[in-house]
Design a protein around this ligand. Structure first.
Ligand code: JFZ
Length: 459
């Protein structure tokens, strides 16, 4: 964090920690779903027998794979794949039902990834869904189906476009380049306004592809564009990856103030401590394979996260006031990968028992526990246990200065009441009071489990 204050004209437009109902809803989601879908679903991470499995390459980046991995005229081949995009099995309602059953409260959908292909009938580019054999407005079907299930929709939008002749990565220098990139900026604005016009039910944007100098140097334009988007759609939620200040600072301005409504830097990683977050809202987005957001035909030979891995990250996120967003990459027919179906089911089964420890909860101001993650809602404290002690005794440390401590407890899994006993041993007895909760020895679980505790006058 910078120590001196710098003059910043193109800093935040909205205050940090907005308290309106839309932002409150964002704060309460807990679990979300990401969907990466587009033309890259057709190759599914491999082409003519060559695949990038295990490598750093992500499947939605297949157009930019280099070297000997792809045929010579590959980019041109890729740019014509949309002529085969005809996902006969696509059923937005089925996706939305699955997301609902998994427990997702919001979803983020790729309207346009780096390849530039628009999944909605945009008037501002021919490279869009109406030119594919499928023709249907996929963005509309997704927005309608998820909204009908009570799941809020956010639109992923890549500014950067690989095949747009007006796009450039470097900052435009000559008048000609400036005019050319100016056209690209107008096009970007038109598409964003069009998305808000077409799909007024959406809650926000999840921006990407904003790291090139051309965009970074366009801070006057992007500042005004953010104002225009907000004016058109009151309550709109925009992440910190949209723009930068005039000194080129992205996510946070030169004075460390967040740009946008939530921190959007947690991509396949989680913050190491609550303090790092400085009280800002945030989300973490996560792939099931190590990398790769679009469809991957073949998961063999890769470590794919288990539901217990994902629940661990979910609880770690919500215990630090963040949302956890799990990515799905449907195939070229519109079907989820069988591995995704399995995980969605397992997470959903767990959420049906334990979701009260996930939704609408806040960081609990307690010394962190090695047994799992705390979340709190008013005078209810949850501990999601991932590491069960061999003596079956769950020890809770409560600072002496705290006004509340656990007075009774139960397991969400069995609804069985458990006694809370004062523990006379523990580290830091001068600082903390310790409480022990004995788990029934016949209680078995192959999954994390939640202890729900009522907080009251310390005993
Ligand atoms: C971007 C995309 O390039 C990728 O294909 C995917 O859509 C992902 C969700 O977003 O990748 C990023 C973006 C930002 C970071 C890392 C990967 N980051 O901030 O570390």
């Amino acid at each position: 964090k910078p120590t001196e204050t710098k003059e910043v004209k193109y800093g935040p437009i909205t205050p940090a920690k907005r308290t309106d109902k839309d932002m409150e809803a964002f704060r309460n989601y807990g679990l979300g779903q990401f969907i990466h879908w587009g033309v890259y679903a057709i190759p599914g991470n491999e082409w003519e027998g060559v695949s990038a499995r295990g490598g750093a390459a992500a499947s939605e980046w297949i157009r930019s794979w280099g070297g000997n991995t792809v045929p010579k005229d590959w980019k041109n081949t890729y740019d014509n794949l949309y002529k085969q995009f005809n996902p006969k099995s696509f059923d937005a309602k089925a996706w939305a039902k699955q997301a609902k059953a998994m427990g997702a409260k919001y979803m983020i959908f790729t309207t346009k990834h780096h390849d530039g292909f628009a999944l909605w009938p945009t008037k501002f580019s021919d490279y869009n869904i109406t030119k594919s054999p499928y023709k249907r407005d996929i963005v509309k079907e997704v927005v309608d189906a998820y909204t009908a299930e009570g799941i809020d929709v956010y639109l992923y939008f890549s500014v950067l476009e690989w095949n747009n002749p007006n796009y450039m990565g470097k900052a435009p220098k000559t008048d000609e380049e400036k005019a050319q990139f100016g056209k690209f900026l107008t096009y970007t604005k038109n598409q964003l306004m069009e998305l808000l016009d077409n799909y007024p039910a959406v809650k926000g944007f999840w921006f990407d592809g904003t790291w090139d100098q051309s965009w970074i140097q366009s801070y006057e334009f992007t500042y005004q564009l953010e104002k225009d988007l907000r004016a058109k759609h009151p309550g709109l939620i925009i992440g910190s990856r949209f723009r930068n200040d005039e000194h080129g600072k992205r996510h946070f301005d030169s004075n460390g103030k967040i740009l946008g409504d939530y921190e959007q830097g947690w991509e396949r990683k989680l913050p190491g401590s609550f303090e790092w977050l400085d009280g800002n809202d945030w989300d973490a987005v996560m792939t099931i394979p190590p990398n790769g957001w679009g469809y991957m035909k073949d998961w063999s030979g890769l470590y794919t996260k288990t539901s217990n891995d994902l629940l661990d990250m979910l609880m770690q996120s919500v215990s630090m006031n963040g949302n956890f967003v799990l990515n799905f990459g449907p195939d070229g027919q519109g079907m989820m990968h069988p591995g995704e179906d399995k995980l969605a089911k397992e997470i959903g089964d767990w959420m049906r028992v334990n979701s009260e420890a996930v939704y609408g909860v806040r960081h609990a101001d307690l010394p962190s526990s090695k047994l799992g993650y705390y979340t709190q809602k008013g005078d209810v404290l949850y501990l999601t246990v991932f590491n069960r002690p061999v003596n079956n005794s769950i020890r809770i440390a409560v600072p002496k200065k705290a006004t509340m401590a656990p007075i009774d407890a139960m397991l969400l899994k069995t609804k069985g009441a458990l006694t809370v006993r004062h523990a006379d041993i523990g580290l830091d007895l001068d600082k903390n009071t310790y409480y022990d909760i004995e788990l029934p020895t016949d209680f078995q679980s192959t999954e994390p489990f939640v202890l729900k505790m009522k907080l009251g006058q310390p005993q």
